[in-house]
Design a protein around this ligand. Structure first.
Ligand code: NDP
Length: 287
């Protein structure tokens, strides 16, 4: 079997078109959706991510500001900037690019963002709402993966799903969304015994470990759907994921590639979350 390739670029383009239409509709009602992206320091990968997010916003007709600060910025100064954006009516979404410099406490910084502007969905009250099945914002990467599974018409009710990786930003919210959709979910981490047994019994495998090509074809059930969240640069300068694409595509029924899979969807869902925030703000203004 050779797996169907799940085209994240094409799906993201469709979603971004929809965002552009919703953005135009909001503008006609007097609200231009606005996103503020904050970057502290000069990590090259973060600079690329932030630039991509801001460009995507502009292309979809959203207002976006990118605030870049030196690594010497104090946490107090950052918190003051967030407070100002929290009350800025032109800004509906606030994103602080992670990782932050080591002298900052990322938890405290994220908690400072107003929950209704937390378009990354990382604020503790948004994590709680997701956990209780009443999400305000779904974290962008898992949200994008749910859209990919939906577009591929992957049955979720009763499906056996394994999420490899248990971070707060990908693995845990991914498991919550799959569970809410009716899947039976196992979350694996670095201490999991016999990982291949778990992945080998799953209808859906989502891999977000930060370990290049760690899931290979021998660890996947024939016909499974495999979603690869990881992004790595190989010594030859190519991009690869946490999944060994070549061996897994011989076994799976569908697979997301790297690049061109989850990455573009993450950005598209950031735009969706910003539009949703702006639509809620517009609704509150009107009522
Ligand atoms: P974290 O480092 O925060 O978490 C990694 C998780 O993987 C941890 O739960 C860890 O377990 C688990 N893990 C590590 N090694 C193994 C192993 N050998 N077997 C099983 N589990 C293991 O990573 P993130 O969730 O932030 O990111 C994961 C990957 O996804 C990275 O490559 C990142 O670059 C990428 N990413 C891509 C995005 C996109 O848009 N495409 C967005 C976000 C991330 P433990 O809890 O025991 O430590």
């Amino acid at each position: 079997m050779t797996a169907r390739v799940i085209d994240g670029v094409a799906l993201a383009a469709t979603i971004r078109q929809d965002v552009a239409m919703r953005s135009a509709a909001l503008k006609a009602q007097g609200t231009q959706p606005g996103l503020a992206v904050i970057l502290v320091g000069s990590d090259p990968a973060s600079q690329v991510y932030v630039r991509n997010k801001v460009t995507a916003c502009q292309q979809a007709g959203l207002y976006s500001v990118m605030e870049q600060y030196p690594v010497t910025m104090s946490q107090q100064e950052l918190l003051a900037r967030i407070q100002a954006l929290n009350v800025d009516p032109a800004i509906h979404g606030i994103l602080v690019q992670l990782p932050l410099p080591p002298h900052m406490d990322a938890h405290q910084v994220i908690e400072a963002i107003a929950a209704e502007k937390d378009v990354d969905g990382f604020h503790i009250s948004n994590a709680g709402l997701l956990m209780t099945g009443k999400p305000l914002f779904r974290p962008c990467t898992p949200y994008g993966i749910m859209k990919m599974l939906e577009a591929e018409q992957v049955p979720l009710r009763g499906a056996v799903a394994v999420v490899v990786g248990a971070s707060n930003i990908v693995g845990k919210p991914m498991a919550m969304l799959l569970q809410s959709a009716g899947a039976t979910v196992t979350i694996c981490n670095s201490k999991t015994r016999d990982l291949a047994w778990h992945t080998g019994h799953a209808d859906i495998v989502v891999v977000a470990t930060g370990r290049a090509r760690m899931i290979d074809g021998s660890m996947v059930k024939p016909g499974a759907v495999v979603i690869d969240v990881g992004i790595h640069r190989t010594p030859e300068g190519k991009l690869c994921g946490d999944v060994d694409y070549e061996s897994v595509r011989q076994v799976a029924s569908a697979i997301s590639p790297v690049p061109g899979g989850v990455g573009p969807m993450t950005i598209a869902m950031l735009l969706v979350n910003t539009i949703e925030a702006a639509e809620r703000a517009q609704h509150n203004k009107a009522t």
